[in-house]
Design a protein around this ligand. Sequence first.
Ligand SMILES: Cc1ncc(COP(=O)(O)O)c(C=O)c1O
Length: 389
Amino acid sequence: MSKLTGSKKATQFTESVIREMTRLNDLHGGVNLSQGFPDFPAPAAIKEAACEAINADVNQYAVTWGARPLRDAIAREFTRRYGLPIVPDQQVTVCCGSTEAMMSTMMAIIDPGDEVVVFEPFYENYGPDAILSGATPRYVTLREPGWSFDPDELAAAFNDRTKAIIINTPNNPTGKVFTRDELETIATLCRKWDAIAISDEIYEHIIYDGHQHIPIATIEGMADRTVTINGLSKTYSVTGWRVGWTISPPSLTGAIRKVHDFLTVGAAAPLQEAGAVALGLPDEYYTKLAAEYRRRRDVLVEILERHHFVCYTPAGAYYIMTDISGFGFSDDVTFARHLVKDIGVGTVPGSSFYKNSANGRTKIRFCFCKKDATLAEADRRLARLMVVQ
Ligand SMILES: Cc1ncc(COP(=O)(O)O)c(C=O)c1O
């Protein structure tokens, strides 16, 4: 047999559906409500800081695990917000986005045969992350409308092979914000089975209606078994800068840093300088960010409901999961293709967030990290949609 083929690992997962939808969207001149990137500007102060860093010739490799000002700022802000002391030299590793932070963490902690518990619907990267790191994923379903889990189902997913659980709060695609009770349940299982929590908190500041973000690292007994993952992308509207990080217990940091070093060496040096400035923005910045996204959420929910989508209103993050049963399509992928080709609105089919795609067959995800004009244009286009009822 020819050796001119991809590896077994690479054939076990498909191309990113979200990026494919974005490409289809561009091809058909659609309004892109699929991939979660803002179409409005980033804060001027951080753009200026990036330009200043380049003009000051911050052009060479930063320290592989991250420039000191950024690591210090990450540790300082986490401690200030959540009261947990973080030692930047021993616990913070800056990566090329939280995508690389997640992959470096998984590669650093997983051995073949290890199991990783993943909630579904999940952010689509977690599947390939598990396959590439050699983990066997065990899925536990979050069920609408509240997107909670059954504690017995979760308990049944843990065993002595469980190395880690991936949590994402606020959650993509559901908008769920994990409660303290839910995190306590997860923490109890992590302690019982000596498992690590990998907590993707990239939507930390995008949270609504009085919900509170609780990092699982702050739950009793979890600081030394949690890797917290975060980044600049969503909080500062700079998804293309590719700056993210891990906060890990010192016992895991060495392994994460080694993998990170040989995968990417380091994130863009001038953008790390600007990242330190970003993390120093005053608290009003975060309050305004959440208020502005809440307003956009309400705008899109109103539009979608008017066009006969059933919306699961998110408590955080910037996506809306919807039910499309009323449109009479056989499945979510056919419907998403119809939306982008014939109506001109890009979305993500629900099945791409589930291991068992049947669970997502009646769902479509929209994102609302967009200008008012973009949402208004989507509204105009969706008016052409026919409901079969
Ligand atoms: C839950 C989640 N984690 C990570 C990422 C990617 O973040 P980054 O741009 O830092 O790689 C995304 C982007 O959509 C996301 O939704």
